[in-house]
Design a protein around this ligand. Structure first.
Ligand code: ARG
Length: 478
């Protein structure tokens, strides 16, 4: 017996169960410290990737066969075994083993248990580094379809509410001060167009994520003659990643998803903020259905818009998740680093958070009661048509700056007298400009103000009807 060989086992035997349990255990003579094992394990969160892990492994087995590394019989045994593992996972009978680090190892080890030694051939020429990048991309494809559909449903509900409110005046605000009359449909459609951009952003990110990392192996590319183009096609990817280092260290697809989710979350937060504000006694423009409100434990009269508030609040974690992953990736040397395992919990949290928001919004929006009477009254108050009076003077030939100054003086006068614009008599108005005639009264009603804004994108009911038609077309597109 050689001297060195005699010494090693003594050290390895210190613990009852050496590290051979692990995929990589043979090089180690000591098993992992339990806290280190818990600390490095990702199984608790990456287990949700199992459907994609199995899909990827099935395709990999087929690629190995095409490359002459598996016989047809071996390939079939492995594929059948993987399908058996899938069945166990589907019916909740899979024996998860936390000590096996991650979902990849759990699946592979279970395959070996079910099919025996041939299962050990599956990992030929593959690394968990290209495997995780594949699983995540496949997962994202799934998620993107759901997010797109969820956003579309919210849009649909907004469009339906807009269709009912094309002729419902509402005060429009700037600086949260009443500014000019708009119609409620115009306000609601603003969100439809925001969400349309969000759908575009998720789709754009999805197109860039549509690249196969598998075949990059650990970092340098697999050493076996794998036809990566065929593999890409088999897995439904547009192309194979052209650089193996980039393939295993790229997490742009995660970042782009998180960025798109953060922006969508911001939009939905603003919608929720509008509704929360409108539901106050001060505004009184909307009432939440009891089913989407909550009470107070101490104040019996309270009805709180909790659902809307939480939609508003959840934008915080959507931003945080983006920043967390950006920060984790910053400064990482090529190629794979374990730091990158930290991408998963933020990603999953944003996926779940967005899904929850998108699920609750359609029924919430459908259940709102808009107080058209209060909106209408408010739309005409506080000199909301002062710009229309200035525009009236412009139509009579005055330069806008002069018209603006004259109307400013009229407003000042009305305020001093405690009057509204409508209260002022023609004689009173003419003292400020002889260009003002009897037709002025009709020019400064809420309806006239709305009607005047018939440009594309304006709030005139006629223009809003056109925008509504456009919105319907966009939303109908899957
Ligand atoms: N759990 C890892 C991750 O989430 C998978 C890749 C692990 N690779 C490795 N060499 N440890 O990124």
């Amino acid at each position: 017996m050689k001297r060195g060989a005699g010494r090693r086992p003594t050290r390895g035997a210190r613990r009852a169960k050496p590290a051979v349990e692990k995929l990589w255990g043979s090089r180690f003579s000591e098993s992992a410290h339990p806290t280190a094992e818990r600390f490095t394990s990702s199984l608790a969160f990456d287990r949700r990737l199992w459907p994609h892990d199995i899909t990827g492994s099935v395709a990999w087995a087929r690629a190995l066969f095409r490359a002459g590394l598996l016989t047809a019989a071996e390939r079939d045994t492995i594929v059948k075994g993987l399908e058996a593992v899938r069945a166990e996972l589907e019916r909740g009978a899979f024996p998860f083993r936390p000590e096996l680090e991650d979902i990849h190892t759990n699946v592979e080890r279970r395959l070996q248990e079910l099919v025996g030694e041939v299962g050990g051939k599956l990992h030929t020429g593959r690394s968990r580094n290209d495997q995780i990048a594949l699983d995540e991309r496949l997962y994202l494809k799934d998620v993107l379809a759901h997010v797109g559909e969820g956003l579309r449903r919210v849009q649909e509900t907004l469009v339906a509410r807009a269709a009912e409110s094309v002729d419902t005046p509402l005060p429009g605000y700037t600086h949260l001060q009443r500014a000019q009359p708009i119609v409620l449909a115009h306000h609601l459609l603003a969100y439809v167009f925001m969400l349309q951009r969000d759908r575009g952003r998720f789709e754009d990110g999805g197109a860039r994520a549509d690249v196969l990392p598998l075949g990059a192996a650990a970092l340098a590319g697999t050493a076996f003659p794998i036809d990566r183009e065929a593999l890409a096609q088999d897995l439904g990817f547009a192309a194979a990643a052209p650089n193996s280092l980039d393939a295993v260290s790229d997490r742009d697809y995660v970042l782009e998803f998180l960025a798109a989710a953060a922006i969508a979350g911001m939009h939905l937060s603003r919608l929720a903020a509008d509704l929360t504000l409108w539901a106050t006694a001060e505004f009184g423009f909307v009432e939440f259905a009891d089913a989407f409100a909550t009470g107070s434990s101490i104040m019996p009269q309270k009805k709180n818009p909790d659902v809307a508030e939480l939609i508003r609040g959840k934008s915080g974690r959507l931003y945080g998740n983006l920043l967390a992953v950006l920060t984790t990736l910053k400064g990482l040397p090529l190629a794979y680093n374990s730091d990158m395992q930290e991408d998963k919990e933020p990603l999953f949290d944003s996926v779940d958070t967005l899904a929850a928001i998108l699920a609750v919004l359609p029924p919430l929006l459908a259940s709102l009661t808009f107080r058209a009477d209060r909106m209408r009254r408010a739309a005409g108050e506080h000199f909301s048509t002062a710009t229309d009076l200035a525009d009236y003077l412009v139509r009579k030939g005055l330069p806008f700056r002069e018209a603006h100054a004259i109307v400013g003086r009229i407003v000042r006068h009305a305020l001093d007298e405690g009057k509204t614009l409508e209260d002022l008599t023609l004689a009173e108005l003419r003292r400020f400009s002889p260009l003002i005639d009897g037709d002025v009264k009709d020019a400064i009603t809420v309806e006239a103000s709305l009607r005047a804004r018939a440009v594309t994108g304006g709030t005139a009911p006629a223009a809003v009807r056109r925008a509504l038609a456009l919105a319907r077309t966009l939303v109908a597109r899957a």
